[in-house]
Design a protein around this ligand. Structure first.
Ligand SMILES: Nc1nc2c(ncn2[C@@H]2O[C@H](COP(=O)(O)OP(=O)(O)OP(=O)(O)O)[C@@H](O)[C@H]2O)c(=O)[nH]1
Ligand SMILES: [Zn+2]
Length: 220
């Protein structure tokens, strides 16, 4: 199966450089989900066994399969282009040409360095030109790119890029605020800091529009 991320490069509004794409093996999409689950289940059983856990225990014996299924079908389902949301755009026939903000979008991702959760909110906005999309598609785009091992910077850029393509405009803003469990629950064990990343393009490079967006999301 072809690499959809590479294929997407053909589209007019795609500015992702190779290093802004999730690093995937060229043959990433060859294995069917069931086979991925079977392999991961085996490896995860090895991890648990190595940690000294008894896999015959009633409560633990299903864990390797549960984890494998959760990885492939849920928390990392955004690695599989077949799960990419179909954000069909339609004509902006109301000629709405002001800012639309979808704020406080629930965001669950996974830190690619430690494989522990990143939990936060995404706020996205656009100023339409000829096209609009259904509101829920904005949430779906955020969730699709979040369901990958990620760093917050790349996640922000990937969401912005997809919004530009779906909406066929450069007038897009994305701001993510998130807690990283790898910072909170281990390592530096800091439970009070959080991380903000943003991406502004088109009209949002101008202070007036950026400030309006920041005002709506309560950051100004
Ligand atoms: N830039 C960026 N860094 C992240 C993100 N999530 C986690 N990290 C950092 O990735 C780094 C990995 O650094 P390493 O020094 O290899 O890992 P480590 O020894 O576990 O580091 P500590 O977390 O400091 O204990 C850490 O500093 C994490 O805080 C993210 O979304 N963006
Ligand atoms: Zn981490």
């Amino acid at each position: 199966m072809e690499n959809r991320e590479q294929h997407d490069h053909d589209s007019g509004h795609d500015h992702l450089s190779a290093s802004q794409q999730t690093p995937l093996r060229p043959d990433a999409f060859e294995l069917p989900d069931d086979e991925k689950i079977r392999i991961i289940e085996g490896h995860f059983a090895e991890i648990m066994h190595t940690l000294g856990l008894d896999l015959n225990d009633d409560s633990l014996k299903g864990t390797p399969h549960r984890v494998a299924k959760m990885y492939v079908k849920e928390v990392f389902s955004g690695l599989n282009p077949k799960n990419r949301p179909h954000a069909r755009s339609f004509s902006n026939h109301y000629q709405y040409n002001q800012m639309l903000v979808e704020r406080n979008i629930t965001l669950f991702s996974y830190c690619e360095h430690h494989f522990v959760p990143i939990v936060g909110k995404a706020h996205v906005a656009y100023i339409p030109e000829e096209h609009v999309v259904g509101l829920s598609k904005l949430n779906r785009i955020v969730q699709y790119y979040a369901k990958r091992p990620q760093v917050q910077e790349r996640l922000t850029i990937q969401i912005a890029n997809e919004l530009k393509k779906a909406l066929r405009t450069e007038n897009v803003a994305v701001l993510i605020e998130a807690d990283h469990l790898c910072v909170m629950s281990r390592g530096v064990n800091d439970v009070s800091s959080n991380t903000i990343t943003s991406e502004y393009s088109g009209l949002f490079r101008e202070a007036q529009y950026r400030n309006e967006f920041l005002h709506y999301i309560g950051k100004q």
